[in-house]
Each structure stands twice: as structure tokens, then as C-alpha cells.
Design a protein around this ligand. Structure first.
Ligand SMILES: Nc1ncnc2c1ncn2[C@@H]1O[C@H](COP(=O)(O)OP(=O)(O)OP(=O)(O)O)[C@@H](O)[C@H]1O
Ligand SMILES: [Mg+2]
Length: 225
């Protein structure tokens, strides 16, 4: 069966200080609709590099990324952006909110980029409530804590009901109770058929996924529970 997202022998070489190394080294992985995959691994092992290639933001040195069977790096930049906004929700590792937009407007941005009809504000507000920050809808990012900003980017990733959610340490700055809430939300989304791929440092979040992989110096292998 064809995966929704497939990495085939994916590598990324970085050059630094006169040397070169593979931050991601011949990684193959397939994720199906409704599957919930977690990747763990030490700092610097290549997790973010892998996810950035998976969402179309970083061209691999070798290998292919297939989304619904299409090679995404065979598309032009515009088509990649369109695909990402329409079908893939991404929660990046760093701060990624637009500072001059309110929380509510930040969540709506992918909707406007995809030019859909309907009521994005209503949907954005429901998502903000689901991640526990409905009361912050009219605030600006600078008025938020790190964990609150993270939750805005989670809501933003879900606004277009993506077929695939990719999240890079989505609960890294959240307390245990809020983490459980977010992971429960991701599980429900996976149960409804969205593929979920997360990178996590917190081992207790592994209870939620169906499969766990370990990234070690660019190499990905199944992780025994
Ligand atoms: N643009 C770049 N040029 C050169 N080296 C890079 C570049 N980006 C990342 N690296 C290096 O590639 C390796 C993998 O980085 P990456 O960000 O993928 O790690 P990570 O597993 O996400 O780490 P963390 O858990 O700290 O977020 C690291 O050694 C990093 O220093
Ligand atoms: Mg990272």
C-alpha cells in the first residue's frame, strides 16, 4: 500500500568548517492516514532536518519525498507552498508567529493562503479553545508565554484540517497536564484519519503513538518500547 507521506532513502548533507556530514543519512519511512508516529533522538541527531525535508522546506541532497505518491521536490515552490497550506499542518520547532497579527489572525493565516470560503475566525476560535487558550484570541504573540505561543502554532497547523500533521517538539515547553491535553488532541485527530508525525523529547508522550523511531546521528531505526 502506498503511504500518504513516504521518505525514500532521504539524505541531507551539510557542509561546515571545511567538512561535510549527513545530518540525515538514507532514511526511509512511510506514514499512512490515521497513523501516529513519534521520533525520538538526541539533540543534533537530525530530527528537525528530516521534518523540514518532509514538509517541503528543505531540499534533500539525495532521495525523494512522496506525498500522495507525488515527488514534492518535483513541484515548483508555489505548488509546494500550496500543498503545505492545503494538506499539511506543520508545527515548527522555533517561534514562528507573526508579531503584528493577533493570535486569532495568526491561526487563520493558512486558511487565507489557501483561499477557502467559510468562517475561519469561528474555526480558529474553536481550535484555540481546544488547546486551552481561547481567552488569548485577541492578544499579540509578544504578550504570550512560550507554551502559549506553541499552542497557537498547533491551532494554526490544524486550521485547514490537514491530511498530515507534522510537529517538531510540540510539547517541549508545556507542563505535564497541558502536554496530556495536546497529545490527547493529536490522538483524536489520528483516530479521525489524519496522519500524525511528531518529534518528541518527552518519553511519556510515546504512549500516544502507534510507532516509535529513534534518530541517531542521522540514522532512523524502529525503537523498541
Ligand atoms: N544549515 C546547517 N548547516 C550546517 N549544519 C547544520 C545546519 N542545520 C543543522 N545543522 C546540523 O545538523 C545536525 C542536525 O540538526 P537538527 O536541527 O536536524 O537536529 P535535531 O535532532 O532537530 O536537534 P534538537 O533536538 O536540538 O532540535 C546538527 O549537528 C546541526 O548542528
Ligand atoms: Mg530539532
Amino acid at each position: 500500500m502506498m503511504g500518504l507521506l513516504e521518505f525514500k532513502e532521504l539524505s541531507k548533507e551539510y557542509r561546515r568548517g571545511g567538512g561535510a556530514f549527513n545530518a540525515v543519512n538514507h532514511v526511509s519511512l512511510s506514514i499512512e492516514p490515521g497513523e501516529f508516529i513519534s521520533i525520538i533522538g538526541r539533540s543534533g541527531s537530525g530530527k528537525t532536518t528530516l521534518l523540514n525535508m518532509g514538509v517541503g522546506l528543505l531540499k534533500p541532497t539525495q532521495g525523494t519525498v512522496l506525498f500522495e505518491g507525488n515527488d514534492i521536490y518535483g513541484l515548483g515552490d508555489k505548488d509546494i507552498s500550496f500543498l503545505r497550506n492545503e494538506k499539511i499542518g506543520y508545527v515548527p520547532q522555533g517561534q514562528s508567529l507573526l508579531s503584528n497579527f493577533t493570535v486569532l489572525d495568526n491561526v487563520c493565516i493558512p486558511w487565507f493562503l489557501f483561499k477557502r470560503e467559510g468562517d475561519p475566525e469561528g474555526r480558529a476560535f474553536i481550535l484555540l479553545e481546544k488547546v486551552g487558550i481561547g481567552h488569548l484570541a485577541a492578544s499579540y504573540p509578544r504578550e504570550l508565554s512560550g507554551g502559549e505561543m506553541r499552542r497557537v502554532s498547533i491551532a494554526r497547523a490544524l486550521i485547514n484540517e490537514p491530511r498530515l500533521l507534522i510537529a517538531d517538539e510540540p510539547t517541549g515547553d508545556l507542563d505535564a497536564q497541558t502536554t496530556a491535553g495536546i497529545m490527547g488532541l493529536f490522538s483524536r485527530i489520528a483516530d479521525e484519519g489524519t496522519a500524525v508525525l511528531i518529534v518528541t523529547h518527552e518519553l511519556d508522550t510515546l504512549d500516544y503513538g502507534n510507532k516509535t523511531y529513534l534518530m541517531d546521528a542521522g540514522n532512523l531505526s524502529p525503537h523498541a518500547a
